[in-house]
Design a protein around this ligand. Sequence first.
Ligand code: FPP
Length: 256
Amino acid sequence: MARQDLSTLPRNLNPQQLPTHIAVIMDGNGRWATRQGLPRFVGHRQGAKSLKELLRCCKDWGISTLTAYAFSTENWRRPAEEVHFLMGLFEQLLRHELAEMRQEGVRISFIGDLSDLSPSLQREMHRSMRETAHNQAVRFNVAVNYGGRAELVNACRQLAEHVQQGTLMPSEINAAVFEQQLYTAGSSDPDLLIRTSGEMRLSNYLLWQMAYTELYFTDVLFPDFDRAALHQALLHYQGRERRFGKISREEAALLA
Ligand code: FPP
């Protein structure tokens, strides 16, 4: 099975300068449906199709990780029927898509506090993680019952416990040690965040991990986010100069 298929990469994108990790906030599903006079859940179903296409593009173009925000710790405040629908959709997708993910070399992981989810959904999640753990074509992280602040508080609590047990000195705590306590331990930070539907917020998503991430906001609603929309996002990304706190290349050349 081919790992990548760069033949579909638009010509004006530089294959050497693609992000290795994209994070996405899939916003606008509800509005997409409401605008067409359809119930909101239809938008979530359509959003799931966009997500599948986005994952396929990442795999084809050698973008090694996609991290999608499927359900935040705040999303429990939505109407009970919508929460129920979303939980059912996650479970259904996992059941229906697992075989294809295995075949396509997708390695799926869930980040967030899974313990609040129904036992049957947790079972499907653990099964899909177990059965795809050795896949290498593309990493697909799905944030469910995820909140960045909760993740950071949890990391602090775990470090405090290590200190209390005498297995860690406070002076040994640094960024690398801290990161080990996050859900994303061992994974690279996102290079690019895409948020759809015109909202320009981080909404408690990957707060630590996105310290140097390039942010891209588009008015496109997530169910309409297709290859062409991803192409636009990548063009913007390739137009950015990532400085990581350093001075610009142009200024550095002048000083040299
Ligand atoms: C935000 O749109 C979308 C969500 C809260 C759910 C997204 C979930 C999926 C697309 C399914 C993916 C599932 C798996 C397991 C990978 P919104 O409802 O906030 O839209 P609005 O802003 O228009 O109201």
